[in-house]
Structures are given as structure tokens and as C-alpha cells.
Design a protein. Structure first.
Lengths: 185, 394
């Protein structure tokens, strides 16, 4: 029996994306977001609150549920990786799975055959690319679709087939981590 | 004060107990069951005022009972009150025959409580066709008969005259035909009788309530300088005139102003002595005084109100509830989806309504860790959006 994955994220949209990928891969599990509070700050906000979020998210856990933390690796924009290191350290301390997305979680969408076909692109690995969100937005604009930042995201999620892990190493690693989680057993 | 609700097999509330505060705010995702709680209160009030079978039929008999019931498909609705020095309450039990064609076939039973002890328990009896839910049907010994009568009267007065319930979808009319009639004390669920209540407040010899109402509306919406329910002598319609610099036509009054006015009129109506000899031919009572506790239930009160007004609106609600001299005890129950609105409430006033995978509703308090770990830095609405304590659409 599968449980609920409480996915600690910077933003609810990251959770929606994971939910869409798992659904496209026919992995039956509920994913509920725990979103770091406040409106600005992204990963710095998440890393500063990660211990509190994990501790309080644990109060929601029932049998078969689990917690994971999803965050953008931001290797290009934050070479020191200060916030990422803090998140990893906290996850280890609390024995929680942590899922870094290279460089943003949208890199997994760029590697998806359904999205590539829909937006006339060739499927490949985008883990090393800078700002995958912006790339995705450019693809949408080139195909005269609504911007990723204003209504286009929903269409993108509809076109996912969930096979980005064929090319994306970070997505493959993330799925491997999740498959080992108690909530998927 | 209404202290606790206990539901079994009522719609999505399969087995739920809810503790209430002087102000209680229910938060939850769409379809979580907030309206089912409000509807239970409305159901209890309505069966005191209308034919029980009709009320069941109106609500949809197949819709009021949970899909997979417990306790032999008996529906329980428990209402427990606490007043100075004593507690009382009742549990209504209804068995509705789902297979029986119209008219609805049902049996009912009731337990009366005094200080948490059952003082009278009636067996199930068949509901005779078309009559109000009987207030008193006492099969107890003479010793506790007086006590049971007291409880029944206390409950009946509360439901019938002191519960104001305003739904989410309002249909406010600021112009009505002069021959139209409407309730002048108890607001309709859709606010449709606003003008009758405003006119009652305006015409009451004690002008204090009407003036205070205008003052409160003006405090929140400074463009409103005055109100007048106007019946032209040779006219065909009664209209509401709102003055800013001058009287403005009723059709230009904004949705937010109308909604605010309806909410505050609902509250102020409880402040006027209610002469039940004039308005209720079936009751041989007297005047319902403003000092009798009053309950105001408002669904989504923040709808159509500017976020800048919300804080002052909550301050106003607190003023009505605080009641320092004890002359007007009031209790308020609200529902909301709005994190900004939630920011102005205390965690202990909030109840989180969630619908589980099984389709049933649970109601919980905001966990202690919210106050201990988060509220120094973030507002309650912001913490709610983290989903750490549930009740969001995510």
C-alpha cells in the first residue's frame, strides 16, 4: 500500500511538476507539498527553514508516508552551493531523502519526449544547462504557445510522458531515490 | 455559547466532534466539508421553524446522510451549549428511510444533556407526516420533567431567535416592491430580506443600533455617510438610499458595500428586543432580550471585501464578541479560503477542515508548533500556505 510523499519544496509548482511526472510514469502515489513560507528568497529561504519544515512535516506522517526535499541545484548561479550544502546536511541529520534537480527541475521537462515532440525539439540531456525554465519558455514562445510563466505550464504538464530519465541523470537519480522510499512500497 | 458540535453520518462528517470558541474560523480546501458544518447548523435551526420532513426533502434526503454510515445509518446531530454556571445540550437522532418514496419516511429520537449527563433519552418514534420537530416530547419521570422542559425551552429559543446564518451566495435586494413581506429579525440565508431588517433597525424607537450600524459601515467604508430605507408615500417600491456626498441610487451600490451591510445588519438585528408576540403566533412567550446569547454564522465573509478592509473588519467582529459588560454575548462562526483574512485570527480560533481519501471530513485544531515555531516570523495565513497543517487545495 502506498502512502503520501510530503515533498518539501521552494514553490508549489515544483510539486505539481513531480506529481505530473510520477503520474505520467504510472507511479501511483500521492504527493503533497510542504512549501517554505514567505514570498521571496527561493533556496535561501528554504535552506534557512529546512530544519523547522522537516521537524513539523513529521507531525503529519502516518504509516507508509514519507518526506523528501526537492531543490534546485543552481550550480551556475550559486557556485559556492552554501544553501544546497545546508539542505543536504539537514536531510542527513533528519534521515530524509533529498532530491537535487540539475539545474532546475524543469531540466527534466526539457528531456521529456512528449514535450520535445510537442514543441518540435530533439530529446537530450539538459542537466548542465543554465536556467532550463527560460529555455522552456523560449520553446513555447517559438511555437506560439502561452508563456511558461503565464498559463503555458499547464499545457506543458499535459504533454509530459515522464521519460526524461532516459537522458537526464539527475532525474534518474531522483526516481531511484523515490522508488526506494517507504511511501512507494 | 455553542461549545461543541458532534456529528455522525451527516454528509461528509461521518464521526466528528468540533470544539468552538467565541470566534471560530473554519479553513479548508474546496469540498473539504466546511459548508456541511454550516448546513448542519442551518438544518437544526430550520427544523425548529419549519416542517421537519420538508426540511429533509429540501436538503435532499439522500444527500444528508454519509455514504457509508456507522451506527445503523442513524444520523446524529449534537449541539452543546455553555452558559454561566451550567451546560446543556441535545443529540438528535434521525433514521431516514432512503427507499421510501415521497413523503420522506423517518424516525427520530433525542437525548437531552445537563452538565454533560443525559437527563432524558427518548426512544425512536415515527415522524408523523408534516409537522415541526416537536420541541418537547417528554417521556421522563416527573422529577426531571422540569429540567428537561427547561433545556428544551433554552434550546428552542436559541435556534429559533438567536441563530443568524448567512450563506456564501447572497442575493441582496436594495429595491423591493412595497407589498413584499420578509422576516425583520432573522436574516435569510441569501440576505434577501436585508431591507426588512434595516427598516426594523431604522424604525425602532431606540435609534442606538441603527446609528451604530451606520458608524461601523462608515468606519470600514468611509464613502458611506448615511443609510435610509425609504418608502415613498405614493411609490411602488421600498429602496435603500446610501449617502456619500449626496444620496446615490441603489443600483450603484457596490457588491462589497452590500455584502458588508448585510453582514453587519445580521449582527445588529440580534441587538434589538424581539417581540415574539407580534411576530410569532405560535409562541406564548414575551420579548427575546438582546442579552440572550446570539450566534452569527457567516460563510466566506471576506468575499468582495478589499484586503485593506479585512483587518478592521476582524477588529469589528472582536468588538461584538468581547462584550465587556456582558449585556450582549455574541459568538461568531466563519468560513474562509483567504490567507490574508486568516492573518488576523489567533491559531486557537482556527479549525482545519480536511477531506480524507475515504471521502470523510476531519476537523482539527491548528497544531501547537505553529505558534511555537512560526508565528514570530510569519503570519498565520503564510504558515497555512506551507501546508504544514493541512486545509489547503494542494
Amino acid at each position: 500500500m502506498s502512502g503520501i510523499i510530503y515533498l518539501i519544496v521552494e514553490d508549489a509548482t515544483d510539486c505539481e511538476l513531480i506529481r505530473a511526472i510520477l503520474s505520467a510514469k504510472k507511479i501511483s502515489v500521492q504527493v503533497k507539498p510542504i512549501i517554505s513560507p514567505g514570498k521571496t528568497g527561493g533556496i535561501s529561504r528554504l535552506s534557512s527553514k529546512i530544519d523547522d519544515l522537516i521537524r513539523d512535516a513529521k507531525t503529519r506522517l502516518k504509516e507508509h508516508d514519507c518526506i523528501a526535499v526537492l531543490y534546485d541545484a543552481d550550480q551556475h548561479t550559486d557556485p559556492n552551493q552554501t544553501h544546497q550544502k545546508k539542505i543536504v546536511e539537514s536531510c542527513k541529520q533528519h534521515k530524509i531523502k533529498h532530491i537535487p534537480a540539475q539545474d532546475e527541475v524543469e531540466a527534466w521537462v526539457l528531456a521529456d519526449s512528449g514535450v520535445c515532440k510537442w514543441l518540435n525539439q530533439k530529446q537530450k540531456n539538459w542537466d548542465e544547462a543554465r536556467k532550463p525554465k527560460d529555455t522552456l519558455d523560449t520553446w513555447l514562445k517559438n511555437n506560439r504557445k502561452p508563456s511558461y510563466y503565464s498559463g503555458g505550464r499547464q499545457d506543458v504538464l499535459k504533454n509530459l510522458v515522464g521519460d526524461g530519465d532516459k537522458y537526464s541523470d539527475s532525474m534518474r537519480a531522483a526516481l531511484k531515490l523515490l522508488e526506494g522510499a517507504a511511501c512507494l512500497k | 455559547m455553542l461549545k461543541q458540535l458532534r456529528f455522525k453520518n451527516w454528509r461528509s462528517l461521518r464521526d466528528v466532534t468540533i470544539d468552538l470558541s467565541p470566534i471560530t474560523v473554519f479553513i479548508g480546501a474546496n469540498s473539504s466539508g466546511k459548508t456541511n458544518i454550516v448546513d448542519a447548523l442551518k438544518f437544526r435551526r430550520d427544523i425548529n421553524m419549519r416542517d421537519l420532513l420538508d426540511v429533509v426533502q429540501d436538503m435532499g434526503r439522500e444527500k444528508i446522510i454519509s455514504q457509508n454510515t456507522i451506527d445503523d445509518e442513524t444520523l446524529h446531530l449534537g449541539f452543546f451549549f455553555q452558559e454561566t454556571g451550567y451546560e446543556f445540550g441535545e443529540v438528535l437522532k434521525l433514521k431516514i428511510d432512503q427507499s421510501f418514496p415521497h413523503p420522506v419516511s423517518l424516525k427520530y429520537a433525542r437525548e437531552y444533556f445537563w452538565d454533560n449527563i443525559i437527563v432524558n433519552s427518548q426512544p425512536f418514534i415515527e415522524m408523523p407526516s408534516y409537522q415541526n420537530y416537536p420541541d418537547i416530547n417528554i417521556s421522563s419521570s416527573q422529577n426531571d420533567k422540569n429540567l428537561v422542559e427547561t433545556i428544551a425551552n433554552l434550546l428552542s429559543r436559541q435556534y429559533r431567535y438567536r441563530w443568524q446564518i448567512l450563506g456564501e451566495n447572497l442575493s441582496i435586494k436594495l429595491k423591493i416592491p412595497q407589498d413584499e413581506i420578509g422576516n425583520r429579525y432573522i436574516m435569510d440565508l441569501d440576505g434577501g430580506n436585508l431591507l426588512f431588517i434595516l427598516e426594523m433597525l431604522q424604525r425602532h424607537p431606540d435609534k442606538e443600533n441603527f446609528e451604530a450600524l451606520i458608524e461601523d459601515v462608515s468606519w470600514l467604508m468611509p464613502h458611506v455617510k448615511g443609510l435610509q430605507v425609504y418608502r415613498p408615500i405614493h411609490g411602488t417600491h421600498t429602496v435603500l438610499r446610501i449617502s456619500s456626498a449626496e444620496f446615490i441610487p441603489e443600483y450603484t451600490v457596490s457588491a462589497g458595500t452590500q455584502r458588508l451591510l448585510t453582514m453587519l445588519a445580521t449582527i445588529y438585528a440580534l441587538n434589538v428586543p424581539y417581540d415574539i408576540r407580534r411576530f410569532d403566533e405560535f409562541t406564548h412567550g414575551s420579548i427575546i432580550p438582546p442579552a440572550l446569547p446570539g450566534l452569527i454564522v457567516i460563510e466566506e465573509p471576506d468575499t468582495a471585501l478589499n484586503p485593506g478592509v479585512l483587518q478592521k473588519f476582524v477588529e469589528l467582529l472582536r468588538r461584538y464578541v468581547d462584550n465587556p459588560d456582558g449585556t450582549r454575548p455574541r459568538q461568531i462562526i466563519l468560513t474562509t479560503h483567504n490567507p490574508t483574512f486568516l492573518n488576523y485570527f489567533k491559531p486557537e480560533e482556527v479549525r482545519v477542515v480536511e477531506r480524507g481519501e475515504d471521502g470523510y471530513t476531519t476537523v482539527s485544531h491548528v497544531p501547537d508548533f505553529v505558534k511555537e515555531n512560526w508565528l514570530d516570523e510569519y503570519a498565520l495565513g503564510e504558515v497555512w500556505l506551507t501546508n504544514l497543517f493541512g486545509g489547503t487545495n494542494s
